[in-house]
Design a protein around this ligand. Structure first.
Ligand code: SF4
Length: 453
């Protein structure tokens, strides 16, 4: 998938009661880098509020933003961190999280709050929500006041907030984005994905429940939990977390991500069998599904494309004179593997089709006899309003043309998708499939105006 056009908004991390909390938060946000590459920030504080807190944030990747020496030399008890892909609001440094209020409140948000009683007048959705929570905050009852502020807020959110009393967290009642709880030694950790727990040697305890609000005070290491009003019918976990967004080494919504992607490849091979000589992946996102496809189809698997991992957003595009070489900058086929073969090229999703078009052209230039593009998710036809940056409908290729027309456009010999019914049968009704079927279960202003168009 061309990640340039489909991104997460954010990853969040928080840890309490650990003397190396700052350094562990750095490692935590490093593990969550795939959830946001535009900006990063860490806020840390001591239990003794007389001492000044620590704050470091900026535009760029985690390893660019933080001064590792300062992090290693600063011992703090409590910290929160954030990686951001800025879509709602500006990319200016003032909207980089954690958002800070009077040095003592640090706010980290993953998701999108398009509606509710959060007034959308100025600033980002996160800033609105932060203001609302601050206005309702009661230092004598941090958890109860947080809960009160969140009742009626519609949209996707996972929040981690450091307050002068301790760390608060919350997950929206639909459970759209993931949030997990674990412990490193005795220290509690809350973060977006289990891969961040793994990196710091923490033990995964459980998922934060949809609608759960929690509080860990500075005064003692204990966890208070409460729940926002919800019903089980509301569950709308983002199926795309499992198809593409989350790291394959994470466990998300109770599913091992890698194994789930492999299973989607198996389902794809069952429903869309193809006669071919070789199964290969669009690296890296298509690898697990391609292995599943090969396993079920019995067709051999190999690495047919090499991806350059060192391309950053700052990469200087080739000048006009050498632009024709640009395609190979990111992916280059292995001629000996693909020449003369009928290929099944597996990817996890197809957004605009630009990358697929280029890759198929390259494979054919290297002598591939046939290329079937096999996509381990259904056609993506609708934008996401719940914390993922998707293109508008007029840029989503499957919303604009038939499967046959897309096949022609990308010059594939066949184009097959995993049917939506297979995906829904596998995951069940507690998931959001709106980017495939347009059924947005969490009503938002953006959804209403889209459907009125
Ligand atoms: S619309 Fe798609 S990407 Fe957005 S939450 Fe639903 S399944 Fe996830």
């Amino acid at each position: 998938m061309n990640k340039k056009h489909l991104d997460h908004k954010c990853g969040v991390f928080g840890i309490m009661h650990h003397p190396q909390s700052l350094h562990l938060t750095y490692l935590g946000v490093f593990a969550l880098q795939h959830r946001g590459q535009e900006a990063a920030g860490i806020y840390g504080c001591y239990s003794d509020l007389a001492q000044d807190p620590f704050l470091m944030r900026g535009i760029g990747l985690v390893h660019d933003v933080f001064d590792k020496q300062v992090l290693a030399q600063t011992e703090l008890n409590h910290a929160v961190g954030h990686v951001r892909y800025s879509t709602s609001g500006s990319k200016q440094s003032q909207s980089v999280h954690p958002l800070i209020h009077e040095k003592r409140f640090a706010f980290c948000h993953n998701g999108n709050i398009p509606k509710g009683d959060v007034t959308r007048s100025h600033g980002t959705d996160s800033e609105m929500l932060f203001t609302k929570i601050l206005e309702g905050y009661d230092p004598a009852h941090p958890l109860a006041s947080l809960k009160e502020s969140l009742i009626g807020v519609e949209g996707a959110y996972c929040l981690i907030i450091m307050t002068p009393e301790g760390l608060c967290y919350a997950r929206d009642p639909w459970g759209i984005r993931p949030l997990v709880l674990g412990y490193v030694e005795e220290a509690p950790v809350v973060c977006s994905e289990t891969c961040a727990l793994d990196l710091i040697g923490a033990t995964f305890t459980r998922e934060v429940e949809p609608g759960e609000v929690g509080f860990i005070p500075f005064k003692e290491n204990r966890l208070e939990v409460d729940y926002l009003p919800k019903s089980s019918a509301m569950s709308q976990k983002c199926v795309f977390e499992l198809i593409y967004f989350s790291r394959p080494d994470s466990t998300v919504f109770g599913h091992g991500v890698y194994e789930t992607r492999k299973e989607l490849g198996r389902l794809l091979a069952k429903s869309q069998p193809v006669e071919a000589d070789l199964v290969m992946a669009v690296p890296d996102s298509g690898v697990p599904a391609s292995l599943g496809y090969a396993e079920t189809s019995g067709i051999s698997w190999d690495v047919g494309l090499i991806r350059n991992h060192y391309i950053h957003r700052t990469f200087i595009e080739p000048t006009h004179g050498v632009r024709h070489l640009g395609v190979k900058i990111k992916h280059n086929p292995i001629r000996d593997v693909v020449a003369g073969k009928r290929l099944v090229l597996v990817d996890d999703s197809l957004v605009r089709s630009t990358t697929s078009l280029k890759i198929i052209k390259l494979l054919k230039q290297c002598g591939a006899k046939e290329v079937t593009l096999a996509v381990s998710s259904p056609p993506m036809m609708w934008p996401c309003f719940y914390g993922v940056d998707t293109p508008n409908r007029d840029e989503l290729i499957a919303a604009q043309m038939s499967v046959e027309k897309i096949r022609e456009r990308i010059n594939a010999d066949r184009l097959v998708y995993l049917p939506l019914e297979d995906l829904q049968e596998y995951f069940g009704e507690k998931y959001c499939y709106a980017c495939f079927n347009g059924k947005y279960k969490v009503a938002t202003e953006e959804v209403t105006s889209l459907l009125e168009e």
